[in-house]
Ligand binder design. Structure first.
Ligand code: SDX
Length: 378
């Protein structure tokens, strides 16, 4: 076996062969099953995109209709899961609540038949349908309220916003949110998807796979960055303070949240679309003062770090959109998870098709034949 050179974080090391999505980091291109993200963002819907990612082709009208009906039918969560969620501390982070409740689904749907296409479809439908309900339910419960039941007459994104705020979103809000879900659905072998694949490769259940991925997405270097970006913009406070703030970060060598990417060395194509969605919402409901700070920060970071390929990533503008949609800041990453369940499940399914358990090797840097020293002599 030729042991290739060890690369921290497996940078540049292929960990799978996949046909689900493709990223060209130099040209800023993202494709889902070969279709450009810009096409899907303007012409598709999240559920149609989820179907494309998971089953590999765009659905016919009948296939999409059947998938949507199944999702709408399975949105509710069992009362025992709601009762369990009522015991969660209201101070807990919503990503921890989501990871716990996603894993709990495995308790209620314990049957495991990974070679049965019906079982695979059932698990896909349950997870895509129930994750939004669980995110919205925790938000209500931590305020001491009963969760708001899903409405069968609302689309996927609109129903989530309704369960979250007990207000039916207007058509523009619903459409913008649905595009946000499409943009966040999949992104090759990112950290949380890799977690999903490693967990899937042991042939455990799909609920454990998603719970594992949720835990990984929560970190501030990954999906948790969208929440950090808003905190950073608030800390900057004004356009005038952008450059002094950046200077200080550079001095301290602290990372600027929402910037940089392991693969993209230009502006993330998703950030461009999210920026235009933010501007669309501002036209209707007024500008967010933090948007001007964000635009100024993007310009300042490009001046200082553009030569290193540090540009806005998907997390930089998403929070400004979510705030306008009435989504609380600590629910930004759970919203990322709602969308990314589609990508995680697509990779779960692809992994099962030609599975080999993940077990990489290591470069050992420890000792050999060390003596055991009795505690009295240490
Ligand atoms: C997501 O993988 C995916 O596809 C993820 C994602 C998806 O859809 O699944 O796109 C979603 O996670 C987006 C990233 C969100 N995270 C953040 O915004 C956090 C801030 N970004 C950084 O932590 C960083 O850019 C990462 C984690 C995203 C990427 O890290 P890398 O590839 O390991 O890069 P690195 O830390 O090795 O940095 C390389 C150089 C360093 O400088 P030098 O030490 O070589 O001089 O670039 C610098 C870093 O200091 N750098 C930054 C920076 N990101 C990298 N400097 C300042 N601010 C930053 N944000």
């Amino acid at each position: 076996m030729t042991v290739c050179e060890y690369k921290p974080g497996l940078e540049g090391i292929p960990a799978a062969q996949s046909s689900i999505s493709y990223v060209d980091g130099k040209r800023g291109i993202l494709e889902y099953r070969g279709i450009r993200i810009e096409e899907l963002a303007t012409k598709s819907t999240f559920l149609e995109t989820a179907y494309l990612l998971i089953w590999g082709e765009l659905p016919t009208k009948e296939e999409l209709g059947a998938f949507e009906r199944e999702i709408y039918l399975h949105r509710r969560i069992k009362y025992r899961i709601r009762d369990m969620m009522k015991c969660f501390p209201e101070t807990g982070h919503p990503m921890d609540a989501l990871q716990t409740s996603a894993a709990a689904l495995g308790l209620f749907y314990a049957k495991r038949a990974l070679d049965d296409p019906d079982y695979i479809r059932q698990a896909v439908v349950r997870l895509v349908a129930k994750i939004p309900t669980m995110v919205a339910a925790f938000k209500q419960m931590r305020k001491g309220n009963d969760p708001i039941q899903p409405r069968d007459d609302l689309g996927y994104g609109a129903n989530f916003l309704y369960m979250l705020n007990e207000r039916e979103p207007d058509p523009l809000e619903a459409q913008v949110f649905d595009v946000c879900l499409t943009l966040h659905a999949e992104h090759t072998i990112n950290a949380s998807t890799f977690s999903a694949m490693v967990t899937a490769s042991t042939l455990t259940d799909p609920y454990a796979v998603v719970a594992s991925a949720v835990g990984t997405l929560a970190g501030p270097l990954h999906g948790g960055a969208n929440e950090e970006v808003i905190a950073m913009l608030e800390a900057i406070g004004s356009v005038e303070n952008v450059r002094p703030y950046l200077e200080e970060c550079l001095q301290r060598k602290t990372k600027i949240m929402g910037f940089g990417h392991r693969v993209y060395k230009v502006k993330d194509p998703r950030a461009k679309i999210l920026q235009s969605l933010a501007e669309k919402l501002f036209e209707k409901s007024g500008r967010d003062k933090y948007y001007d700070i964000a635009v100024e920060l993007e310009e300042a970071v490009e001046e200082k770090l553009g030569s290193k390929g540090i540009y806005p990533n998907v997390d930089f503008y998403s929070g400004l959109v979510y705030r306008k949609l009435g989504i609380p800041i600590d629910l930004f990453t759970p919203v990322f998870a709602i969308a990314r369940v589609a990508g995680w499940l697509a990779h779960w399914k692809e992994q099962l098709a030609e599975n080999r358990i993940y077990r990489p090797t290591q470069v050992y840097s420890g000792r050999h034949d060390a003596p055991y020293i009795p505690i009295t002599k240490r």
